[in-house]
Design a protein around this ligand. Structure first.
Ligand code: C2O
Ligand code: CU
Ligand code: CU
Length: 499
């Protein structure tokens, strides 16, 4: 049977789970004002931007310096805003002492501009992609994607937000004052010792992905955001290596989910909680017009009980239990008087062009495998797995990632259905160069959270994804992988051409 070495811990019951170090939150640090990254608007820069990948020193906590990486700064990067229809040149200079790449996650551009593992930027050199922005308004992000080192480089700070905007979006009258009522919020968990950032190592990190007991928003621990007493647009980016958030407000107020990874939904969806896996983005409208301070919180990561080998019913029981013990992420403090006119949530946001599933010319199947390297042996049972070389721990369809192997070939313009499932835990599957729609989940209808255009989606039981492949990848392939970055670095990735 498919038991894992962690099953024992699960059997020890709720007490053991609740007291596991991964569940324990650090003592709340002093509140700090939420950092807002600099905004670089490509139009104001004459469509030519410069990004420097550099090392830095960051005091997450006063008087405690950590060595970090950043873009044009010490940790994380500026928010880059590009406009639909424009061509933007970005000069990326690598000032690190190791190679890196910069991947534009969610941008629909050809393979050689994508910034995946094949567009290596060696120390001291500059890479100059030109990105043609031909897609709807959306919250995207950029991050390191150098094979084997993605997890550590991102953990150290190599992530930034990329915003696509367009004129039709302005007509909606959404909150649009950057840093005031339109906020980028990069959510991350990180591990600190004596106030200094440490990079967790070891088997647990390899299996579960690196996790930490401290939650950061834009690199700020225990942040406070002063917001006007009105509607605000919050752009969430899950920039964690492995942590799945389940976001809710401390008073359980409703909010409107307005955009998925690919951009605006057709209509706002009223929710009280929202799951956000690594690599996923979501935009919401939150109403602060009552002037009351409120905290953004997260329930427990749904992968924690899942990883412990629990059956589905037991899993949801534990999720409920742990969902009630929430962790604090960010406090909002509404400022000033109530604004006279209450900004309205638009009824319609966007019109999506439908891709017809009946036109799909191919179906491909993907199983995201864990523990292939002989240690746990996935399907083969515990210990001595029959798959893999012993080098990589993880894989897709029983093969670990190989830069020299093209796994799939897609014809440009084709519509396909990709079916994916994940072993042992929920994996955020990300596909480069395409936006897809979730057709089904676990043999049934997709969930409320599955709607909209996506580039990353949480996979456990089988999902069917429908996509039209519109971007060429002939000079360099696109990647598909788990966005738990330690899974990606350790084999859970494949590559495909489009031509
Ligand atoms: Cu955000 Cu291939 O990654
Ligand atoms: Cu990507
Ligand atoms: Cu994974």
């Amino acid at each position: 049977s498919r038991r894992t070495i962690l099953t024992g811990a699960a059997l020890a019951g709720a007490g053991a789970v609740a007291s596991h170090p991964l569940w324990q939150a650090a003592a709340a640090p002093e509140p700090q004002l939420l950092k807002i990254p600099d905004l670089i608007d490509a139009r104001k820069e004459g469509q030519s931007l410069a990004l420097k990948v550099q090392t830095g020193t960051t005091a997450f906590f006063p008087g405690r310096d950590s060595r970090t990486f950043g873009y044009n700064g010490n940790y994380l990067g500026p928010v880059i805003r590009v406009h639909r229809g424009d061509d933007v040149e970005i000069a990326v200079t690598n000032a690190l002492s190791e190679a890196t790449t910069v991947h534009w996650h969610g941008l629909l551009i050809p393979g050689e501009m994508d910034g995946g593992p094949h567009q290596l930027i060696r120390p001291g050199t500059t890479w100059r992609p030109v990105v043609s922005v031909r897609q709807p308004a959306a919250t995207l992000f950029y991050h390191s994607h150098v094979h084997d080192r993605t997890a550590e480089q991102v953990y150290s700070g190599l992530t930034g937000v990329l915003i696509v905007t367009e004129d039709s979006e302005k007509a909606l009258g959404l909150p649009s004052e950057y840093g005031v009522d339109d906020l980028p919020l990069v959510l991350q968990d990180r591990q600190f010792e004596d106030g200094r950032l440490v990079v967790p190592q070891g088997m647990m990190s390899l299996m579960m992905g690196r996790r930490g007991d401290t939650l950061l928003v834009n690199g700020t621990p225990n942040p406070v955001a002063r917001v006007p007493r009105r509607l605000a647009r919050l752009r969430f980016v899950n920039g964690s290596n492995a942590r799945i958030f389940n976001l809710a407000f401390s008073d359980d107020r409703a909010f409107h989910w307005i955009a998925s990874e690919g951009g605006l939904l057709e209509r706002p969806v009223e929710l009280r909680s929202l799951t956000l896996a690594p690599g996923e983005r979501a935009e919401i409208l939150a109403d602060f017009s009552d002037g009351r301070p409120v905290a953004l919180e997260t329930g427990a990561d749904l992968n924690m009980p899942m990883m412990m080998g629990m059956q589905r019913r037991l899993r949801s029981f534990f999720s409920d239990l742990l969902g009630r013990s929430r962790e604090h992420i960010l406090r909002f403090e509404p400022q000033g008087g109530a604004s006279g006119t209450k900004a309205a949530v638009p009824e319609r946001l966007a019109e999506h062009e439908r891709v017809d599933a009946a036109q799909a010319v191919r179906r491909r199947r993907f199983v995201l495998n864990m523990g292939m390297g002989g240690m746990m042996g996935g399907r083969g049972g515990m210990m001595g797995g029959d798959r893999g070389s012993g080098m990589a721990m993880h894989g897709i369809n029983s093969r670990a990632f190989d830069m020299k192997r093209i796994d799939e070939q897609v014809r440009l313009g084709d519509i396909e259905i990709w079916e994916a499932s994940g072993e042992m835990m929920a994996h955020p599957l990300h596909i480069h160069g395409v936006h897809f729609e979730v057709l089904s989940r676990d043999g049934g209808k997709p969930t409320v959270r599955d709607q909209g255009l996506r580039d990353t989606v949480l996979v456990k039981e089988p999902v069917e994804l429908l996509a039209r492949f519109t971007q060429a990848a002939t000079k360099a392939p696109f990647m598909y992988h788990c966005h738990i970055l330690e899974h990606e670095d350790n084999g859970m990735m494949g590559q495909f051409t489009v031509g």
